[in-house]
Design a protein around this ligand. Sequence first.
Ligand code: ZN
Length: 255
Amino acid sequence: MVIDGHCHAGQGDLLTAPWNTDAPLHAYLRRARAAGIDRTVVFPAFHSDYAVANDALAPIVARHARRLIGFAFVHCARDAGRIDEMIDRAVRRHGFRGVKVHGHDGMPTREVCEAVRRFGIPLLVDVVGRAYVIDMLAGAYPDVDFIVPHLGSFADDWRAQQAVVDQLVRHPRVYADSSGVRRFDYLVEVVRRAGARKLIFGSDGPYLHPGVELQKIRLLGMKPGDEAAVLGGNMLRLLRSRRLPQARCVSLSAH
Ligand SMILES: [Zn+2]
């Protein structure tokens, strides 16, 4: 099974850039099907209220239940104090399977790390070139699965990407996604040094073409088992570690 581990869906409300205005899926879904992508992880576009954006994503995921897997988006500063509640709602009510945090909004806090740990779901965190944050996160939460999109930098910060390759080697539960990575040899380095189990195929659809991004993985020329891991097996393993706690704790962040 081929899983695209990184795609946006729904409308943003900020209207200053493509990624905070609209993430329409029509062309994406057609392109992904043509490319042989079976399932896709989707999270909202940038938004001024992620509780609203997550609720808006839920019917989109439900409409394409066989193809889409929802991740909740939270803003670690603005949503402080309600993150556990937001993730609880996203997991239980919407059936979402992970959480996305973007460094432009705010880096992950203990509140979000403890919430994803409680549910056993992965945290996809765009570190916007600040690779050093990954050492803090993985050190403090060695039992949480962190997915670092764009190998640490959508903006082609090769210094950050070099650092992330090294972190993938050192931290057993830190993974990278391949979306938008332009310098192909860094992907080669990930597989050679950290192993195929640490790389997750992602497209950054609908903004980037999923077929183009998928072809990058094929061009790595891995053994079939390794390629299958990158194209879906690794993400599937992280999604299967989900736990559903019986009852909500009162407040994990209060002590
Ligand atoms: Zn993205």
